[in-house]
Design a protein around this ligand. Structure first.
Ligand SMILES: [Zn+2]
Ligand SMILES: [Zn+2]
Length: 288
């Protein structure tokens, strides 16, 4: 916005670039057949009340089977519940059987000791796991630090006033209490789109047209499943317990103010390509 207000006026001597052709043919001509992939854009809508669908972000988790709230092995505190996503053979997030994926991340004060290396999939400071089964009834968590009424209040407030005033609210009520959940709660809609390979491709020299297409495609994408991950620092080197290199299956930025992913950070939910076990998931985040 500032750029538009205070930036230089367009130079009329140089013609403005053509808007990028985002059709499959247009993208394939730029990135090659192997450089274009389907992706599922997860469109998040902030909700005023707690919702109980199998796929959602924020609020409190709804489990298929009762489970203890994951705690960070480093600081020992309960991790923050980020969200849950339905998986299955026909779901955008692929899994051999119907299941729900749960995502928790330690969001302890980064200046506190011990400092938790929440960005590293090897640190254990994130818990990403599947529960198998069909989502008919979801069980709420039983831990007494999760006060559903207070979370509902927070969610309603985040919906009504989506601005930093909430930080003051948190301090008054106790930071720790509320940091087990996001500020808002989000319903999800899936939208099928195309993504392009952001890494250099052999034999293709990047031009302005490549960068314009990449920028246009990622403009309204806060979270997506599959496609080409958009690595901030470079591809993850995480491996599954079975030895296989993990792939990024879900990527998101800091879509909620409670999420700290560093400067323009992106989080990658990693999975074993074989989905060899309900535990064959991890999370890594990278920032500038
Ligand atoms: Zn921690
Ligand atoms: Zn594996």
């Amino acid at each position: 916005m500032f750029k538009r207000l205070f930036g230089k006026k367009p130079d009329r001597r140089t013609p403005s670039p053509e808007p990028p052709d985002l059709s499959r043919a247009g993208l394939t001509s730029l990135f090659g057949v192997g450089g274009v992939r389907e992706t599922t854009n997860v469109v998040l809508t902030r909700m005023p009340t707690l919702v109980d669908t199998a796929t959602r972000f924020g609020g409190v988790p709804g489990y298929l089977e009762a489970t203890a709230w994951p705690r960070c092995p480093s600081c020992k505190d309960p991790m923050m519940f980020v969200g849950q996503v339905e998986m299955g053979p026909a779901q955008p997030l692929r899994y051999p059987r119907p299941a729900i994926l749960y995502i928790f991340l330690c969001q302890s004060d980064p200046t506190a000791e011990p400092s938790c290396e929440t960005w590293s999939p090897a640190s254990g400071c994130a818990a990403v796991f599947a529960q198998e089964g069909v989502a008919t009834t979801l069980r709420p968590p039983t831990e007494d630090f999760v006060d559903r009424a207070r979370v509902a209040e927070l969610v309603a407030d985040a919906h009504a006033r989506p601005d930093p005033a909430r930080w003051e609210l948190l301090d008054q009520r106790g930071h720790k209490d509320h940091h087990t959940t996001l500020f808002g709660q989000y319903a999800c809609a899936f939208r099928s789109e195309l993504s392009v390979c952001g890494q250099p491709i052999d034999g293709i020299t990047r031009t302005q047209a490549h960068y314009a297409a990449m920028a246009a495609l990622s403009k309204d994408r806060a979270m997506f499943i599959g496609g080409f991950p958009d690595w901030v620092q470079g591809p993850s080197s995480a491996r599954c317990a079975c030895g296989k290199a993990m792939e990024s299956v879900l990527q998101f930025g800091a879509f909620d103010e409670a999420l700290n992913l560093g400067d323009a950070g992106e989080a990658y939910v990693l999975a074993c390509p074989d989905r060899c076990a309900p535990s064959s998931f991890a999370l890594e985040w990278q920032s500038c």
